[in-house]
Design a protein around this ligand. Sequence first.
Ligand code: C2E
Ligand code: MG
Ligand code: MG
Length: 749
Amino acid sequence: MTEKNTVPTVKRMNRRLLTALICVIAGLSCAVAPVLSAFAENGGDALTVGVPVDRCPVFYRDADTDEIVGIGADLMRSAAEAAGYAVTFRAIEEETLKEALDNSAYDVVMPFGSAISSASGRSTVVSDNLFQTPFTLVTEGNRQLPPLNELRVGMFYSLSGVTETVRQLYPGIEITLFEDLSDSVKALRDDKVDALLHNSYVWSYLLQKPSCSDLMVQPSDMFSMDFRAGAADTPAGRAIIDRLNGGIAALSDTRRQAIILDYTSRRLYQYDFFDYLYQYGLLLLLGVLLFASLIVIAVQKNHAIRMEQAEKMHRLIDHDPLTGVYSLNGFRKRVEELLRAHPDIPYLLAFTNIRNFKYVNDSLGMAAGDELLRFWVSKTLETLTDEEAMGRVTGDRFAVLRRLGGDDLLRMDDHKVNDSVRNYFVDQGKEHKVQICGGVYVLTPEDYRRIDVDHMLDFARVAEKRVRSTRKDGYEFYNPDQWEKGKRVADVVSHLPVAIQSGQLQVWYQPQVNYETGLITGAEALCRWNHAKLGWLRPAEFIPTLEEAGLIYDLDCFVWDRVCQDLSRWNAQGKRRSVSVNLSRCDMLEGRDIPGHFSQLIRTYGLGADQLRIEITETAYVEDPALLISTTVKLRELGFQVEMDDFGSGYSSLHMLKEVPVDRIKLDLLFLSSTGDPERGRVIVSHMIRMVRALGMDLIAEGVENADQAHFLQSRGCSEMQGFFFHKPMPVQDFEQLDENTGAAPPAP
Ligand code: C2E
Ligand code: MG
Ligand code: MG
């Protein structure tokens, strides 16, 4: 017995002496026996028992009362009470029972299989066996176990006292201690141990956990351990143990079985939160997902309803309730949308009004007025496509955005729509002719760039007012010039494919001559359009339109192809010629492979790359210098000649000269001679020629109109020329004939 433990024992003995003294004194005044029996009935001597509380169902805390209960607790309480003790159980704070034996706060500690020494080395005494505890192995599934002497077994830290017994019984066994059940089960599943060892009562409880459903009890018990209480081997300790043994002896087997049965079968395992989570996790997850989906659906539904309401609101705002067409607000939006989506469609905007609508309402009734408006709308809508729109501005005023279709379409609209409206009441046998006043505004390119619907409507309204004040019925244009122009544009654009197919589009050639030798050295291909209605059109009349409408590439491809056909035919006739073709700035789009197109062409027609000279105008440089330079470089790499067209007519001639590596410069004489002082022009031309020569490039002057100019150019070192002085552009047959006799080319200076 150590010094540390003697103090409480002595204290307890003193306390008992004191009690005995009181009893003696009391006995002097009253009878001793009744007092003693009363004392025993009221609980007797206090006994503090230290126990672990993590061994359900042997020792654990009741979840409701927080009291320490269990098989061990009930057995001990029965035995101790039979021995005249009032028992108090205390959870041991020490990690092991051995350590607890050194704590004087407990009178006894349990459970022990046999007497062991305390952590500090003191010897102990143990009580008689309270009951036999079988120890069982648990494995994962039906695992085949090695012999017990080679087994790797897992146990809880709190059972470390038992490990000594186990090692004695099975010397080769390897024991690993774990903090709790989940650690040990994890080790088992990870194959770090072969089996787990615990007393069977604890297993009977723990294996009810859903998370342990895959654990299997090995059929035979490994060993049994006694279940005893232990105390320090002191006189007081021995006295307690002796007294307890009396109580243990008094415990009947039936009582023991009843207690064990109570805890192993009657008090069923109580699921905790994690058990429920483990067992019903999937269901729970599905539930959560279902709930979340319901919420998402509800939110989406709500959103859809709100969108629908907003849509309804917009429809109400943007549409006219009487006729169903756009309201002014909606019309504005729709027109903006259409102009943005179709900048290539030429449009007109009409503003129309019934002249005597008030009379209709007053004399025929509001309902008749409404009917008329609805009729008008239905008739108009029959003629409109998806790219057109109609809106009700106010009362009897309507606005229509209509594709520009020329006089025919306008006449057709007037007949189909307006005439029906005019005769609406007459057709019903009433004597009232409706009068319609309309104003038309033809949209200009500027209207597509800066879309201002109110502005356009104002213009159309001005024209409509003119009709109202001068005539009784009909329509007028706000901008008739634009109408004429627009008609032409619409005509050109819509007729291009037909023109190409039907031979209305032709390639003409303007010869290029060497003024010194008089020989024709080449030609420039220029397109001509023999329009079915408009007669011969010059490029200036349709090329800008086609460029704007994005159709110039179609035309150019046609011209290049035709030129290659001609060159190929001439090659076959032994007349190898070179021709300059024009490349529009609009042909050079990002992603369009112009050099590839040309090389494919010469492959198709078996031509030499040097037979095609590709003219690029200065203005192309201003728009996208990088693209122009890269296209030029690639064309030259493929062997094509690249010419800078209209040199001198733009604003960046010198810049372009510096940046773009071309083969030949086409000096635009028209520009230099048409305006300003001719003498200054001559000086400029002289210097330009010298400059181009100094840069090592070829030169040709175009727009040469008279002998003076030709002579002057030659005197300054430029003999290659093109212009009306020599030849005008001519059809291919004329050019072929002319070129037969090269000497006939230039007239004498
Ligand atoms: P350009 O490429 O500078 O062609 C020269 C223009 O000058 C031609 O006009 C030609 O007829 C005219 N011309 C030639 N010599 C004289 C002269 O001594 N005096 C006057 N006043 N004019 C002369 P054209 O054929 O009307 O072509 C005008 C422009 O249209 C061309 O200018 C060219 O930029 C473009 N063009 C013509 N055909 C095509 C084509 O197939 N594709 C492309 N993209 N553009 C073309
Ligand atoms: Mg040209
Ligand atoms: Mg030119």
